[in-house]
Design a protein around this ligand. Structure first.
Ligand code: COA
Ligand code: ZN
Length: 311
């Protein structure tokens, strides 16, 4: 008889997005040297793919204004680094900086796309044609992140058919990977399993990544639902930082170290050195002078035993 865990993947690729999704929402300026140190410490802990910044308008997201310096300061030899770009101007800046991959951003809901990038979905997609052309010319692969896939804070329900249609168009344009994002933590496990199955069938099993926010405490449940539906690539953010400045109520991603901890307890391989990651995240907490929402940095790993009190 088949056991409960038989459909789970044996390994998962962790894609760290804290230096973009996490830093972009922090109001106080983080020195470029601190950003670079944190990114390099995450690479040192075994993170092998990371979204390191975004090439957006510095007026829209001032925290990302040092994107070029960040890309050029980090240890890119050991980690496949990519950056978010909303349009051609961002793509040209990112390619000039020497980034290894571009991440396009478009929402599945019209009103979030307008709030985020001041364009309609159609205008965003039309603008991606020239982006893919310059990227191809430069030999830089392009992936795409789709926001508000599981619900929009302005419009509510987002039809699965629309997500699949936008996804198909992005892949047909030449994007190599499609990242389905629960931007404001509106997803539930049943919905995740449903979309994961539909997306794998309609768009191809190998190209799907998922990105969950823990806004309402459902992040780990959504992760499990996606794993059971065969998804094996997930974005996460160290410490549980994260959120979109253009979506009300946005809160942090599932913390990378909490995700790695859960997967490692389930004997699913990630390649990340969890004790080293916990050290890096605790160090980042000091550097940023914050208390992160992540839980394993507070509780320790479940395999870390305690001396039993004798009185
Ligand atoms: N980087 C830097 N400058 C940019 C740029 C980019 N990616 N895109 C456009 N600009 C500049 C233009 O060159 C132009 O400059 P000029 O006034 O000196 O000629 C100016 O910005 C206005 O260009 P326009 O195309 O009208 O942009 P906009 O003002 O409508 O802004 C975006 C559109 C997409 C650039 C902006 O909304 C943005 O950066 N959003 C970021 C969203 C984000 O990061 N969200 C969080 C992630 S989920
Ligand atoms: Zn996010």
């Amino acid at each position: 008889m088949a056991g409960w865990g038989d459909t789970l993947p044996q390994s998962v690729e962790i894609v760290e997005v804290g230096p973009r999704d996490g830093f972009q929402i922090l109001p106080d300026w983080i020195e470029t040297s601190d950003k670079v140190r944190i990114i390099n410490s995450l690479i040192g802990a075994g993170i092998r793919r990371m979204e390191v910044t975004s090439f957006v308008h510095p007026r829209a997201v001032p925290q990302m204004r040092d994107a070029m310096e960040v890309v050029q300061g980090i240890d890119r030899d050991r980690c496949a680094c990519f950056a978010m770009v909303p349009n051609l101007k961002g793509a040209e800046r990112a390619i000039e900086a020497g980034i290894g991959m571009l991440n396009l951003i478009v929402s599945a809901s019209e009103s979030h796309n307008q709030s985020n990038v001041r364009m309609s979905i159609e205008e965003s997609l039309a603008g991606f044609g020239p982006v893919l052309a310059v990227a191809r010319e430069a030999g830089v692969p392009v992936r795409a992140s789709m926001s508000t896939v599981f619900g929009c804070p302005f419009e509510g329900h987002v039809p699965v058919a629309r997500v699949l249609e936008i996804g198909r168009r992005l892949l047909d344009m030449g994007c190599v990977e499609l990242n389905l994002c629960d931007t404001t933590g509106m997803a539930n496990p049943r919905q995740v399993a449903h979309l994961a199955c539909k997306a794998r069938k309609a768009l191809g099993a190998q190209c799907i990544v998922m990105h969950f926010h823990n806004t309402r405490g459902i992040g780990a449940a959504n992760l499990l639902a996606a794993l059971q539906a065969g998804i094996n690539r997930f974005e996460a953010s160290f410490g549980g930082l994260g959120g979109c400045p253009f979506a009300p109520g946005a809160a942090g991603n599932v913390a990378t170290e909490d995700m790695v901890h859960m997967l490692s307890e389930m004997e699913i391989y990630t390649g990340v050195d969890l004790p080293a990651l916990l050290d890096a995240v605790r160090q980042a907490e000091k550097t940023l002078n914050m208390v992160f929402p992540g839980q394993v940095i507070k509780a320790g790993r479940s395999c870390d035993l305690h001396v039993r009190p004798t009185t």
